[in-house]
Design a protein around this ligand. Structure first.
Ligand code: TXA
Ligand code: MG
Length: 347
């Protein structure tokens, strides 16, 4: 067990804290730090020891590549090559911010980051603390989301403490993550860019810079049928999560009716709903995720809502399809995975 040092992002101007962060990263150890999307667990991207430790501490499969975080656009050219003409305009439009660009890597980028691929994901975060930490390190920082593999990503300090207290050297408290969903991952290594993971930099936003953008094949099947007996573990809460689709009253009636049945089986029920519906259901625990017309808030609260149900030890969770507004691809991508594609279509 490591004795984790906890700092605040406002401590990043203190010489002793700066020195501790620098030494920790240069010694191949890990720190958890805030970004505008979700918290990240970071290591010196050029040091195999720190990278190896991330995979170990997260329990992450070694073929799932990590994103390299930089603090200046120029650094993209140090680590990647063969840029398409639209790459610079995209960087100008969306960096710093929640966009990761997958580019052909140069040899100095360790294979261990990329899971053996010849491309690497590069991101220039908007969060000032994140950029300060990269500058303190003086090297890029590779960082996956700061969650134990399979769990919802961390968007609050308490999530990070739950997963990594005693397992990393430093945790930096940056408060609530502003965006709440991980960055858009865009493969820009080919003539037509491909969205590998939808995020808050949306397809139509990217299309204002590049005329043609496509969603990757794997994102196009909306309700992938689950393989029998095989649980897709990603963002998953401990309770069984169901997404309801249909009229508001039908959803309310369904949840109330099912709650009675679950109680007969001694099961605890939770619901994650917009404000309008939250007041109408009668379950053991209700998480109000935000107003239906505020998708940004729904996105920012999504992972926290799933983790709060874990903390309350509910057996079953009902939520709704947030299929409205500009961020619906990003939100539903996470929610469908979290629910293992369990969708109930009501009238
Ligand atoms: O917002 C974010 O991107 C956060 C914060 C911490 O920056 N990071 C994050 O990292 O979400 P992670 O490791 O949880 O997700 C990275 C995603 C994975 O789905 C990974 O497969 C994909 O990006 N990815 C990374 N490098 C790639 C590459 N070279 N080719 C294809 N996919 C890649
Ligand atoms: Mg992740």
């Amino acid at each position: 067990m490591i004795k984790t040092r906890l700092y605040k992002s406002s401590d990043l101007d203190k010489p002793s804290v700066i020195e501790d962060i620098r030494q920790t990263l240069l010694q191949g150890k890990n720190i958890v730090f805030p970004t505008e999307t979700v918290y990240g667990i970071g290591a010196n991207a050029l040091d195999l020891k720190g990278i190896k430790n991330i995979y170990k501490v997260k329990g992450r499969p070694s073929d799932n590549p990590l994103i390299m975080h930089i603090s200046k656009e120029e650094d993209m050219y140090v680590y990647t090559k063969d840029h398409q003409s639209y790459v610079k305009p995209l960087a100008r439009a969306f960096w710093p911010g929640p966009l990761t660009m997958v580019l052909k890597k140069k040899d100095l980028v360790p294979q261990m980051i990329t899971g053996g691929l010849d491309t690497v994901g590069i991101r220039l975060p908007a969060n000032e603390a994140a950029r300060t930490i990269i500058d303190i390190a003086g090297v890029p920082i590779c960082a996956p989301s700061a969650n134990i593999s399979g769990r919802p990503s961390s968007t609050r300090l308490e999530h990070v403490i739950d997963d990594f207290m005693g397992k990393v050297d430093i945790i930096i408290d940056g408060g609530k993550s502003q965006v709440g969903l991980e960055s858009t991952v865009l493969d820009v290594s080919k003539e037509v860019p491909v969205i590998l993971r939808p995020g808050m930099v949306t397809k139509s936003m990217i299309e204002t810079i590049v005329p043609k953008v496509i969603f990757s094949q794997s994102l196009q099947a909306k309700d992938i049928p689950k393989a029998p007996g095989m649980k897709y573990k990603h963002y998953a809460p401990k309770g069984s999560l169901y997404i309801l689709r249909g009229q508001e009253q039908a959803m309310v009636d369904y949840i109330n009716d099912r709650t009675i049945k679950h109680h007969q089986m001694k099961e605890k029920v939770g619901a994650i709903l917009t404000k309008a519906l939250a007041g109408k259901v009668k379950t053991d625990h209700i998480f109000t995720i935000g107003d239906a017309d505020n998708e940004q808030m729904i996105a920012a609260n999504l992972f926290a809502s799933l983790r709060s149900m874990d903390a309350l030890n509910v057996d079953v969770i009902y939520t709704m399809a947030y299929e409205f507004g500009p961020y619906q691809e990003a939100i539903m991508n996470r929610l469908l995975k979290a629910a293992n594609y369990q969708v109930i279509n009501l009238k």
